[in-house]
Design a protein around this ligand. Structure first.
Ligand code: BDR
Ligand code: CA
Length: 313
């Protein structure tokens, strides 16, 4: 069983990943922490509460702060053309949801929950890495107490999706991502190298809606806006970025990984680029020395991953 804190910016593909975590028998979802990204943190928190209510999820929701790790970074705006004005595909989410939010900021919730369950908690982060980086800054000794960190973000051997160099979750807070990649905890990065190969067709989604009851029907309704966006990029369906990170936790054998130090470019033309230094290569002394080796997913069995996601939903 995996005790999971899900750090998320719902977000349409985030919603699918949340339902996956809620329904997978090997996952014990013990917390949801929100971050800005696909929408403001006010909106992503409201959306997390909405999905919690609609799907009967028990885990507490803790809200993140509304600033990047480096507060001087200019704000880049929200991708309403991908996730809708409400962040959930314009399905008329109520403005407020009458459920409590944990009184602690997200990063404090993460620290407290990990310290209460040493060695047991997996952090799955599928938005900006802001909350994880803030937790590391507030409590530098807590990283070794985390079982595993699995991230949806980055692009290693493929182009980014915000710039040719950078993927959205990393580009939105590169300083935070660099802190997370270089911390003394085991990180696996599930980036565009594998997520863009994992396209759920409209027929698969319709089958999930037919088999998965009201929660899956709601997910299908939310996803239509996202499919319309993705139709410009893939022939039939949508890329299920965030669910890939969740699938990795329960089925790592479906992924091919590469080890090496990972760093994030902060500023300039390649702002937000993720770069991995393979273990076997020698370089002169550099900012890559004496840092933990982390894993980057570079290939995936997309058909089996999609089946796992579909059967779980
Ligand atoms: C990532 O960016 C967001 O739009 C998605 O939710 C996903 O986490 C993909 O680049
Ligand atoms: Ca996301």
């Amino acid at each position: 069983m995996h005790k999971v804190i899900f750090d998320t910016d719902p977000g349409i593909d985030d919603a699918m990943a949340l339902l996956f975590l809620h329904r997978h028998p090997d996952i014990d979802l013990i917390g949801i922490t929100t971050v800005f990204g696909n929408a403001s943190v006010e909106t992503t928190t409201r959306n997390a509460l909405f999905l919690k209510r609609e799907w009967g999820i028990k885990a507490p929701v803790a809200k993140g702060l509304d600033k990047t790790f480096n507060p001087d970074r200019p704000h880049v705006g929200w991708p309403t053309f991908i996730h809708g004005d409400d962040g959930l595909g314009n399905i008329d989410v109520p403005e407020t949801i009458d459920l409590p939010v944990d009184p602690r900021p997200a990063h404090r919730f993460i620290i407290d929950t990990v310290r209460a369950n040493p060695g047991e908690v997996t952090l799955i982060a599928v938005g900006r890495m802001t909350n994880l980086a803030l937790a590391l800054r507030e409590d530098p000794d807590f990283a070794p107490l985390v079982r595993e960190v699995v991230i949806m973000g980055g692009a290693f051997d493929v182009n980014g999706n915000i710039t040719p160099a950078a993927e959205a979750n990393i580009h939105g807070d590169p300083e935070a991502a660099d802190v997370v990649m270089t911390a003394p905890w085991p990180v696996t990065v599930v980036g565009l190298d594998v997520t863009t190969k994992t396209v759920m067709t409209k027929a698969m989604l319709a089958d999930i809606a037919a088999r998965g009851g009201a929660p899956a029907q709601l997910l299908s309704d939310i996803s239509q806006f996202y499919i319309t966006f993705y139709e410009q990029h893939v022939p039939d369906g949508m890329v299920v970025h965030d669910s890939c990170a969740c699938a990795y936790v329960v089925a790592p054998d479906l992924f091919k990984v590469r080890s090496g130090v990972i760093r994030v470019v902060c500023g300039g033309l390649a702002d937000g680029q993720t770069i991995q230094k393979p273990d076997s290569r020698l370089f002169p002394p550099s900012p890559w020395d004496n840092l933990p080796s982390q894993k980057a997913c570079i290939d995936i069995d997309a058909a089996k991953t999609l089946k796992l996601i579909g059967d779980t939903l």
